[in-house]
Design a protein around this ligand. Structure first.
Ligand code: ADE
Length: 225
């Protein structure tokens, strides 16, 4: 099955390059995902294809008007679509949400610019997502993050062993990895990794992932009894 993704934004070039490179590029070429990037100005108002205006009540910056977004969704939305607004006030985007979105047939990602969006735009979408507690100049980079994280989970997108390994250590930070050389600037490689004992390696990796998560991101672990 092909995951269809429509991205509606004001700077399509910010997405086109990155989504044509490397693994995302291959995912598209192989037809696992069909990604279309649209310029919101296509649905802009008047001769200047305007999409924003000054905020009622005054204040700095411009606010995205609802009509262009509504017109875009009227054209792109289908019964099975999930419409996502990228917004710093949205649900914080996590792996579980990426996995959920990877099972949907059609995503529409709406990327605002400017100081914010007219509040009535929120009524037009199914979900608001933030990629973290910082403010970007617009939703394009956030949409890239979401598309990348979602499409790599599509069946056949990457080596299946990688995603199986991830689910084994779900919710934990990655265990320490080593490759050649066996010694680098005085630092060696843990003996267990060259021992050939697969079960022991697996246990070591799991324990190391738990220890690292405890040390760096205790917030990811379930509360202790
Ligand atoms: N737009 C601006 N900042 C954002 C963020 N952190 N996440 C999603 N969209 C945004």
């Amino acid at each position: 099955m092909t995951l269809e993704i429509d991205v509606v934004c004001l700077f399509p070039a910010m997405l086109e390059g990155p989504l044509s490179e490397s693994i995302p590029g291959r995912i598209r070429e192989r037809g696992l995902a069909e990604i279309r990037i649209h310029d919101l100005r296509r649905w802009g108002l008047g001769r200047h294809r305007s999409v924003d205006d000054a905020p009622y009540g005054g204040g700095a910056g411009m606010v995205l008007r609802p009509e262009p977004v509504a017109a875009a969704l009227d054209e792109l939305r289908r019964a099975e679509s999930t419409v996502v607004l990228l917004d710093p006030g949205g649900e914080v985007f996590r792996q579980a949400r990426a996995a959920d979105l990877a099972t949907r047939p059609h995503l529409i990602l709406v990327c605002p610019r400017y100081e914010g969006v007219d509040e009535r735009i929120r009524d037009l979408v199914d979900l608001e997502l933030s990629i973290g507690d910082y403010v970007l100049t617009g939703g394009e980079l956030a949409a890239l993050v979401v598309v990348d994280a979602v499409t790599r989970l599509l069946p056949g997108a990457i080596d299946d062993a990688s995603t199986v390994e991830e689910s084994f250590s779900a919710g934990l930070l990655e265990y320490p990895q080593y490759t050649r050389p066996a010694e680098f600037r005085g630092a060696g490689v843990p003996d267990i990794l060259v021992s050939g004992h697969h079960a022991a390696v697996r246990r070591w990796r799991h324990d190391a992932a738990v220890a690292r998560t405890k040390a760096r991101r205790p917030d990811l672990l379930p509360p202790e009894e």
